[in-house]
Design a binder for this molecule. Sequence first.
Ligand SMILES: [Zn+2]
Length: 66
Amino acid sequence: MADPRPPAPPRPCPICRKPATPRDRPFCSPRCAEIDLGRWFRENYRIPTAEQDGGDKDGPDDDMTG
Ligand SMILES: [Zn+2]
């Protein structure tokens, strides 16, 4: 029995949206793979830090005793 469903189309390259090749998937070429790797690396480099305000007059301060 043959599968009536058509073969799934190749996913587009996340970099340039070109049809990816089975050799370099999910990219269309080693070039795009390198670009993606570079992006990932740069994003991973920066550490997400919570916004910290150096304000001393902010928030509940229990220093008004006495
Ligand atoms: Zn590409």
